[in-house]
Write a protein that binds this ligand. Structure first.
Ligand code: HEM
Length: 212
């Protein structure tokens, strides 16, 4: 098995497990988001629960579509066998990212942790679509390597929620910090990591391609 296949296999496993977890948790186990909402105290704006919940359902649904369509488009086999599928799937990814960002824009003012958390989410709302649009522009200009690299950068942000919850749990359950502070650290921590990890992947994959 090649190194590329091995890492793609890990990506497939992590993505599918997380998508399954997100769907089961948010649509079946806790559809009212009672657990998550219990941490929202002292909100400056009144939260319209039915609207917030519906927006959250759309957000999670399209986030899962973005994760799945992005994953499919990183498959070398699918790309080589069916360019049309890669293109259609690419547009599905693009539209899904936009829907996730728009719904995020609605939820951001009510974010757990208050204003600092809202600012973090709004920064993500700008950076993520910009990266995705850049990837699209690059392929329109037939710059394949640059398109691939920007897609790696964009796709990393599909793991925002997973990283937020991992980092939040580390600070809340591991270090005993209160939940809202841990959540804010989760937002900024995952933002930083999701900017750095793709750069490491891009650099190491280029090094491994350079003939020695
Ligand atoms: C693509 C994968 C993503 C998934 C599966 C996902 C899922 C979720 C879920 C389940 C929630 C409800 C609360 C929770 O359990 O955390 C949520 C909330 C939220 N998400 Fe996402 N999300 C994703 C990406 C993003 C991205 C990239 C952004 C920002 C651009 C974002 C912005 C938000 C905001 C602002 C909230 C509300 C947070 C709060 O009320 O404190 N999400 N997301």
């Amino acid at each position: 098995m090649t190194e590329r296949k091995f890492f793609y296999g890990i990506l497939v496993s992590v993505t599918l497990l997380f998508v399954l977890y997100a769907l089961v948790k948010n649509y079946m186990v806790d559809p009212g988001a009672a657990e998550f909402l219990s941490h929202k105290t002292g909100l400056k704006r009144e939260l319209n629960l039915p609207v917030w919940l519906n927006v959250m359902y759309v957000h999670v649904g399209f986030a899962c579509i973005a994760m799945a369509s992005g994953l499919l488009n990183f498959s070398k086999r699918i790309f080589e066998k069916n360019r049309k599928l890669h293109r259609i799937n690419g547009y599905i990814y693009f539209v899904s990212v936009l829907v996730v960002v728009v719904t995020s824009g609605y939820m951001a003012p009510y974010a757990t942790g208050g204003k600092i958390s809202s600012i973090g989410f709004n920064a993500l709302n700008i950076v993520w679509p910009l990266m995705t649009i850049t990837a699209l522009i690059q392929i329109k200009k037939k710059r394949v390597i640059s398109h691939r690299n920007w897609m790696i950068r964009s796709y990393a942000f599909c793991f925002t929620n997973m990283f937020i919850h991992l980092i939040t749990s580390l600070f809340h359950l591991g270090f005993g910090l209160v939940y809202p502070t841990s959540y804010t650290l989760g937002i900024y921590g995952s933002f930083a990591l999701l900017l750095v990890i793709p750069e490491v992947i891009i650099r190491t994959s280029q090094i491994s391609k350079t003939p020695s």
